[in-house]
Every structure is written in C-alpha cells, then in structure tokens.
Design a protein around this ligand. Structure first.
Ligand code: 5GP
Ligand code: MN
Length: 332
C-alpha cells in the first residue's frame, strides 16, 4: 500500500509539529528509522519529537540523538502533552495503533493531525491519511532511503543519517541473511561510496553484548531448548523465575531466537517468555513456513512471513502447550 509521493509534498511544505512514533520494545529498525526521519524533517524546517512506548536496549546507546527519545512508560504526561499538540504523526515500523499501546489511543484522539504510516509489515491497518508502506522492503529504514530518493533528496543520506538507515537494515535482515533484494545492495553501495563505516556499525550492534547476556544465551541453549526433530521445531522458554535469577532487563534476550534457527533440522523456532503481564512469543521460520499465520491465528499477533510475534494472557505452561498443539500445522 503506497500512496503517490506527490500527496505528501504539500503536507511537508510548511513547518509542522511532528511526532514520530515507533513500537514497543524498539529494535534497530524502529530506532534507526525514527532518528533518520527526525534528521530529515528537521532539515526541512519542521519541529520533531520522537516517542517510544518503552525504553530502547543499551546496545543502541552509541547512536547519536538516541537520548532525546521520549519514553511513554517513563514520562506519560509529557508524552501525552506532545501528542495532543502535534499536527503530524509519522508512524514508523508498525502497522496498527495497538502496537503502541496507550499512545495509540492518544494518537487516535487527535483528530485534526495528519497521520502518515511508513512501514514494511504485512497488512497495514486503515488508520492513516498517507501510506508509504511496502511489505517487500527489508526494513522501514529501506523505505526511509527510498522515500528521500523519491523526494529528490538522496544527497542528505550521509554521515549519521546513513548510519541510522544502515542500523535498521542490518538489524532487520540479520546482517543481510534474509529479506534482502537487489536494490538494497545498491543502496548500501551508494552509502559506502559516501563514507559509511559499516565495520564500525556491525561491531557496535552485534559485538556489543554484556557477559550476562552471553551467559543467559548459554543457559537458554543448555537448559531451556526443546527440539522436536520430527516436527522440525525448536523452542526456548524463560519463566518468571528465570527473569529474576538472571535479572533480565530489556534487550537482554534480543537475538536468542536466531540461535535456535541455526540448528540444521529446525524450520520453525519459538522463543516464549513470561513477562510481568503477558506471555510473549517470538517466532521465526525458514523458507515457505508462515509464522505470521501462526501468530495471527493463535497468538493475537502478526509481523512478517518469516518473523512474527504475539502474546497471550495465560500461564506460561498453557502457552507452550498451545504452541505445540498448533505449530506443526504450519510446517510444509
Ligand atoms: P519480535 O519477535 O522481534 O518481537 O518480533 C518479530 C516481528 O513480529 C516484528 O516485526 C514485530 O513487529 C512483530 N510482532 C511482534 N510481536 C507482535 C505482536 O504482539 N503483534 C503483532 N501484530 N506483531 C508483533
Ligand atoms: Mn522493521
């Protein structure tokens, strides 16, 4: 769903109070696309605030500008005030307002502001006035690049702005392992020609784990991994007690699910965690297995064909049982 670029040009032709929003548990794509679009819109004379429902993981702290994010969980009143005053919302890297929790309601209540959605998830919901969405894009950051190109302002994609775009692309593609396309590599080449230090960024993002995170990974693979060879499914789960014992904080479990998929015989991987109020599922698959369908049909969720998530209000053991009951149906 992609509206014509000519429709957004008049919206951006005079200074606006812009609020950029992205999703809970923000990843590199949410953070990178928000910061890149903030820089771009500020360069055109707009006033921009970035809001996230929850905090960002420590391993993105090196990104310039990341400390200016307003976090709704920490400062709800300030965030709501800014949302009320906004006359343009730019929603990045999510496809329905319930993905930003209470912020979604606040956005819906601001009836006069223009709503713009830029995203690469399947099935965007019809809440926006302008859609710059394409589920064939690797990442929202790829769409940010395409957008600036279509606006005739590709020259702005350099320095820190290019670093932000690259961050979203490598986190969402697992360093070019999945969801790539030929244009994406052309974009990377152009950024590299303009001085992108990709090795530094790869190190900042992927070789930036704490000892605790590595030990937690060891625990997950050593003690919490269940593999059903016959069904080609691998599962890791973490209980509330595990969260206490390891003092698990936001971001500490990032990427654990990718290790399950490294097993030769595993085609579908699940990472199921008991959070304070919900049980959260992360789902990944190889090839033509749709975890989006599994998340949508049984776990109130969605996302991408090969990477989705969902949640349930139920005890951990019930969620795990339900997962084993249904997951096999999605293996081809
Ligand atoms: P993750 O497993 O990294 O949390 O999420 C993988 C993908 O699934 C992301 O693209 C994310 O947007 C999507 N996703 C995760 N949780 C949910 C959810 O509860 N609902 C929906 N609709 N999508 C989700
Ligand atoms: Mn994304």
């Amino acid at each position: 769903m992609k509206d014509d670029i000519s429709e957004i040009k008049p919206v951006l032709s005079h200074p606006r109070d812009v609020v950029i929003l992205s999703h809970r548990n923000p990843d590199g794509d949410a953070i990178g696309s928000s910061l890149a679009m903030k820089m771009y819109l500020e360069s055109r004379g707009h006033f921009v605030k970035c809001i996230l429902p929850s905090e960002y993981p420590d391993n993105f702290e090196w990104l310039p500008g990341v400390k200016d994010f307003m976090i709704h969980d920490l400062q709800p009143d300030e965030c709501n005030k800014v949302v009320k005053k906004a006359d343009l919302f730019l929603c990045l890297d999510f496809n329905s307002l319930d993905r930003v929790d209470k912020l979604g309601m606040a956005v819906a209540e601001n009836k006069t502001a223009f709503k713009w959605l830029m995203d690469h998830h399947l099935d965007p919901e019809p809440f926006a006035d302008y859609y710059y969405c394409d589920d064939s894009a690797s990442s929202t950051c790829e769409l940010v690049y395409r957008f600036m190109d279509e606006m005739g302002e590709k020259d702005k994609i350099k320095g820190v702005l290019a670093d932000c775009i690259y961050t979203g692309i490598i986190t969402d593609t697992g360093s070019f392992h999945h969801a790539t396309n030929p244009d994406l590599f052309r974009m990377i080449a152009e950024m590299k020609e303009k001085g992108l230090d990709d090795t530094r960024l790869q190190n900042n993002i992927f070789n930036n784990q704490s000892e605790k995170q590595m030990r937690l990974l060891g625990y997950c693979l050593g003690k919490r991994l269940v593999v059903d060879e016959e069904k080609s499914i691998g599962l890791v789960f973490l209980s509330r007690k595990d969260y206490q014992n390891f003092n698990i904080q936001r971001g500490d479990t990032e990427g654990i699910i990718n290790h399950i998929l490294k097993i030769r015989t595993v085609k579908l991987a699940a990472f199921i965690t008991a959070q304070p109020r919900i049980v959260k599922l992360s789902l990944r698959s190889k090839g033509d297995i749709s975890v989006q369908a599994l998340a949508r049909d049984h776990f109130n969720g969605g996302g991408h064909f090969n990477a989705s998530g969902g949640y349930m209000h139920a005890p951990l053991s019930k969620v795990i049982d339900k997962f084993w009951e249904h997951a096999g149906d999605y293996i081809k």
